[in-house]
Design a protein around this ligand. Structure first.
Ligand SMILES: Nc1ncnc2c1ncn2[C@@H]1O[C@H](COP(=O)(O)OP(=O)(O)O)[C@@H](O)[C@H]1O
Ligand SMILES: Cc1ncc(COP(=O)(O)OP(=O)(O)O)c(N)n1
Length: 272
């Protein structure tokens, strides 16, 4: 019997410049050989210098997209990115349990450019109602600080934050990403039992637009293929590191990551 085609879904915002959001997620799914589907929450007018405009889709349209997938499409893993307000979050929270697939949440709050992508009161809804539905949450350091309301200064603080997100807020696992620190690019994963560290050299580049989206999409793609969580993160870290190392100097600001990097450069051994 032939194996089913791995199917992955992203519920996120559209980035017109193609570096983050839905576009980054679908490029990642495609490159990693999972069939990609999308539910668009908001449309952003965005480029490498920042976000110039945002239009939120009506929650009923988000619901319709989710129902269209539920009615017809197989699904083996899903992720969420930008969900800007509570009304949208409610629709997503109702839909997630019906999918019965691993759920990865990238709790997108603020873009690297400083543009706000989630209303501040929605953070509490996300924490109370969406995080308990997750198999994995992937905050960067400012997002982890907002979720736990505790400062992160050190690697030990990152680990404490990951534990807090799991035991305090009910996430299945937490991956706290160290892209916003100095020194080596350290991420910590806590799965409720064990702590893991993933590191790579810090790459000197300004082309980091969409790194968080791409990383969580790569984890989702591997999960859709049945790869266990720790191994999915390990492989995704290799993917994002190569993507940053060979990032594109496109546009006047922070260019996007390169989804062909592993295929073209064979950049397999850059992480430990
Ligand atoms: N300059 C860099 N060099 C190497 N890895 C990086 C760099 N910046 C970010 N990363 C890695 O990219 C991934 C995304 O992290 P981060 O940038 O913190 O997320 P976000 O885009 O959500 O802010 C993490 O694995 C992080 O360690
Ligand atoms: C539509 C949209 N969604 C998410 C982001 C944020 O992307 P992320 O990969 O977390 O980080 P930066 O691109 O801001 O580095 C976005 N910009 N747009």
């Amino acid at each position: 019997m032939s194996r089913p085609i791995p199917c992955a879904l992203t519920i996120a915002g559209s980035d017109s410049s193609g570096g983050a959001g839905i576009q980054a997620d679908l490029k990642t799914f495609q490159e990693l050989k999972s069939y990609g589907m999308s539910v668009i929450t908001s449309v952003t007018a965005q480029n490498t210098t920042g976000v110039q405009g945002v239009h939120h889709l009506p929650p009923v349209m988000i619901k319709q997209q989710l129902e269209a997938i539920q009615a017809d499409m197989p699904l083996h893993a899903l992720k969420t990115g930008m969900i800007a307000d509570i009304r949208m979050m409610k629709v997503v929270a109702e839909a997630i349990p019906y999918f019965q697939a691993p759920y990865v949440m990238d709790p997108v709050m603020v873009a690297t450019s400083g543009d706000v992508l989630m209303e501040s009161e929605a953070r509490f809804y996300l924490r109370e109602h969406l995080i308990p539905l997750t198999n994995l949450v992937t905050p960067n350091i400012p997002e982890a600080e907002m979720i736990t309301e505790k400062n992160i200064e050190s690697a030990a603080d990152m680990e404490a934050s990951a534990e807090h997100i799991v035991h305090g807020f009910g996430a299945g696992a937490a991956l706290v990403k160290g892209g916003h620190r100095m020194g080596e690019a350290l991420d910590v994963l806590y799965d409720g039992k064990k702590m893991y560290r993933f590191t790579s050299d810090r790459i000197t580049t300004k082309n980091t637009h969409g790194t968080g989206c791409t990383y969580s999409a790569a984890i989702t793609a591997y999960l859709s293929q049945g790869v266990p969580l720790e191994e999915a993160v390990r492989r995704a870290k290799v993917y994002i590191t190569a993507g940053i190392r060979h990032g594109f100097s496109i546009g006047k600001g922070n260019g996007p990551t390169n989804h062909w990097a592993i295929r073209e450069e064979g950049a397999r051994d850059e992480c430990h």
